[in-house]
Design a binder for this molecule. Structure first.
Ligand code: ADP
Ligand code: MG
Length: 423
């Protein structure tokens, strides 16, 4: 995939209507009160918005929020699958579930942050959106309703994409968190408009794309998290480009078991043992250093108040499960990143959500904060871990897209990036 894309700076936006895809899928209070519990994603969009407005563009912002079911029948089906009694599922309840996913609170917050009015259209590309877009002046911004209120959004329906595109003259994508999805508002619209990236996507492409395509070496990849099966793509791709691969987290135990180790009740995927052995062989054949844990901190249950026991890797007693890397492994791994040119990290080293099993993840985060290497964090939980442990501002780049950053590291083509104009 070509990561070198045109940005808002490569196109004249003065006096133009710009359709701007943002990621305003912010967490909301569970009580349906419309309170935004974390506005980080809205604030992250400000540089691109402010640039466009200052350059004299009229900005038509859009985003999805949550997973609304745009048809009553589909909603009933989904709720029934979740175990709800179909007799209690009324049209009014469905309407309420939609109403809770309005972007109205986002419009209010965005307006506060920008210090100017942000009008919310009642629809995505219907009469109200069209009228408001037509009247929008340079320097003004409006917001379309939740793009997923339209059935055509997730189906990438060309009719919806064209209706959205018809309101504007330029498409700017800044929703990195959604670029791995080929939806009408993330990719489809680019069929009808000149399409460029905003600053957020630009930064992701520069850092992650740069580290994958042309890394400052040695490139060390630290891979952890829960399951081998969810990281196959990342392991495969990074094995082709990294100089060192470090394995931690729950997936390490499948590697350990595959070598004949005793892993007690640790996370284990029997079907992936052969794959684990193949990866070890492949790394050796390629001259890639592959490091596995040499000791492990176990718990006697999966809980914050579990009793703990530190043992050599492959020697976990029955009744115990590995929940973090041990102190010798910490030393090994921290040494391995010291002289790195670039470190890509995806997946916590242990169950960092429990203080008793957060030491491995914290030690790695601290080691990264002290290297001169370019440090890149991808994956939703890894980003959360680095933030929670207080090392966020010490990293070169923390990706804003969980799923998108994973697919990026897997080397997959991202539809929301591929659709942008090449630089
Ligand atoms: P990311 O979202 O960064 O890609 P993952 O979703 O793959 O990361 O994995 C994150 C989860 O892995 C965390 O919730 C963490 O608790 C869990 N995890 C890490 N190590 C272990 C372990 N040894 N046993 C069970 N779960 C683990
Ligand atoms: Mg995750």
């Amino acid at each position: 995939m070509n990561y070198n894309k045109k940005t808002v700076k490569d196109i004249d936006v003065k006096g133009k209507k710009v359709l701007l895809r943002c990621d305003f899928n912010v967490p909301m209070a569970k009580d349906g009160s419309g309170v935004i519990t974390d506005d980080k994603r809205i604030r992250a969009a400000l540089p691109t918005i402010q640039y466009l407005l200052a350059e004299g563009a009229a900005v038509i912002a859009c985003s999805h929020m949550g997973k609304p079911q745009p048809s009553f029948d589909k909603w009933v089906q989904k709720q029934t699958e979740k175990g709800k009694d179909p007799a209690t599922l009324t049209e009014a309840k469905w309407q309420k579930s939609l109403a809770e996913l309005t972007l109205a609170p986002v419009a209010v917050r965005l307006s506060e942050l920008l210090g100017q009015e942000v009008a919310l259209a009642a629809d995505v590309a219907g009469p109200d959106a069209q009228a408001k877009a037509a009247a929008l002046q340079p320097g003004q911004i409006m917001l379309l309703e939740n793009t997923r209120f339209e059935k055509g959004e997730t189906k990438n329906d060309p009719k919806l994409a064209k209706a959205m595109a018809d309101m504007a003259e330029i498409y700017v994508s800044d929703a990195f968190g959604a670029v791995h999805r080929a939806h009408a508002s993330t990719a489809g619209v680019a069929e009808y408009l000149p399409a460029v990236s905003g600053f957020l996507i630009q930064k992701e492409l520069d850092f992650i794309g740069g580290a994958l395509a042309n890394p400052k070496r040695p490139l060390v990849a630290i891979l952890g998290g829960s399951k081998v099966s969810s990281k196959i793509g990342v392991i495969n791709n990074l094995l082709e480009i990294a100089d060192t691969i470090i394995i931690g987290g729950g997936m390490a135990y499948t590697f350990s078991a595959a070598k004949g180790g005793k892993i007690g009740n640790s996370l284990f995927e029997a079907d992936w043992q052969d794959y684990a052995n193949e990866m070890v062989e492949k790394a050796a054949a390629k001259g890639v250093k592959l490091l596995l844990p040499i000791d492990t901190v176990c718990g006697d249950k999966f809980a914050p108040d579990a009793n703990t026991l530190t043992v050599e890797a492959g020697n976990i007693p029955d009744g115990w499960e590995g929940l973090d890397i041990g102190p010798k492994t910490i030393e090994l791994y921290c040494n391995a990143v010291k002289d790195a040119g670039t470190v890509i990290w995806n997946g916590p080293m242990g169950v960092f959500e429990f203080a008793a099993f957060a030491a491995g993840t914290e030690a790695v985060a601290e080691a990264l904060s002290k290297t001169d290497a370019i440090t890149i964090i991808g994956g939703g939980d890894s980003a959360a871990a680095v933030q929670q442990l207080g090392y966020a501002d010490k990293m070169t780049h923390i990706s804003t897209g969980g799923g998108a950053s994973l697919e990026f590291m897997e080397g997959k083509e991202l539809p929301g990036v591929a659709c942008l104009l090449d630089a």
